[in-house]
Design a protein around this ligand. Structure first.
Ligand SMILES: Nc1ncnc2c1ncn2[C@@H]1O[C@H](COP(=O)(O)OP(=O)(O)O)[C@@H](O)[C@H]1O
Ligand SMILES: [Mg+2]
Length: 298
């Protein structure tokens, strides 16, 4: 397992306004976590005869390499504007964005991306690099959309799976760093048919079902709550489908956190259906927690 102590917060930039939103969020994360900030721009060197370096007689700004370096310089300057003390470095990395960012995630404490970039279709709510990377990264990924609200709780979706427990841990850490409270949301739909032809029991004890769900939620939260006693926690048991409930809760949140997949994950499905829906529709920045981070991450 990679040792992540001293690992940087990494932000991917592509020259878009959304990536600059990500830079501001990443700078706050790096400062709060007391970690270095690493700005990365993935750049595919074109194979056609476009001049890469400065072109004689055209001025020093010409050439794609210089444009790509400007993207980094702009992001580094933005980070320094947000925080004078942040330890920030920028690097132009050869390659296409998805593999480059996935490689970065191996050694990062956190990877921060904008929800949109320069390319893609205007109709997309979240760009393809952001979707692919948050589905496959080796560290938590924070997808930023616009300027986030500074108030409101951290909201986390809980489904009782191992990954959602990881997500709860990450959410507690974020709430502690931000000095805010945590809302742990668990939705339930029982009893409901889970497949075609399912027959519901004629009678069921609704109260004991609710009690059971409440107990499961409390159990997931309890261990982390002991570790972060300063974080006030509210447990919300909501009857409904998870994605719409989480999207609604995200509207008042300063950050929403989900696991990369849940109890219902099919083999091969990289991002669970709830994570996928919330990634596209969340109304706050969204953190997707996929892998257990190293125990030693301080
Ligand atoms: N070439 C790149 N290098 C580094 N990060 C990138 C690159 N392209 C995109 N990103 C990151 O991913 C985010 C989302 O971009 P992307 O998924 O490509 O959206 P779109 O499809 O709208 O271009 C960007 O805001 C940026 O953080
Ligand atoms: Mg793009």
């Amino acid at each position: 397992m990679t040792n992540r102590s001293g690992a940087p917060v990494v932000v991917g930039v592509d020259g878009s306004a959304s990536a600059l939103d990500a830079v501001r969020a990443a700078t706050r994360e790096a400062t709060a976590r007391n970690r270095p900030l690493r700005v990365v721009h993935a750049f595919i060197w074109p194979l056609i005869g476009t001049p890469l370096g400065p072109v004689p007689g055209v001025g020093p700004e010409a050439g794609l390499r210089n444009l790509a370096e400007d993207v980094i310089a702009e992001a580094v300057a933005e980070a320094r504007k947000i925080s004078a003390e942040v330890d920030v470095t920028g690097e132009l990395v050869d390659g296409s964005p998805i593999p480059v960012l996935l490689r970065e995630s191996r050694d990062a404490a956190l990877l921060v991306l904008g929800s949109r970039g320069l390319g893609g279709f205007a109709e997309l709510l979240v760009g393809s690099a952001a979707v692919q990377v948050s589905a496959r990264a080796d560290c938590p990924v924070l997808v930023v959309r616009g300027e986030p609200r500074a108030d409101g709780p951290v909201v986390v979706g809980v489904d009782g799976s191992a990954l959602s427990t990881e997500a709860v841990g990450f959410a507690f850490e974020e709430a502690a760093l931000r000095g805010t409270g945590l809302v742990a949301v668990h939705t339930w739909l029982y009893p409901a048919p889970v497949g075609p032809g399912d027959i519901l029991p004629m009678a069921y004890d609704l109260d004991s079902l609710i009690e059971e769900e409440e107990r499961a939620l409390a159990e997931t939260v309890a261990g982390w709550s002991e570790r972060y006693p300063q974080v006030p926690v509210r447990q919300r048991l909501v009857r409904g489908a998870p994605a719409p409930v989480l999207v609604e809760e995200s509207a008042a949140a300063q950050l929403t956190v989900v696991g990369g997949h849940g109890r219902g994950a099919w083999g091969g499905l990289l991002l669970g259906s709830v994570s996928h829906a919330v990634l596209h529709h969340a109304r706050s920045p969204l953190a997707i927690v996929r892998h257990r981070r190293d125990a030693d991450h301080g």
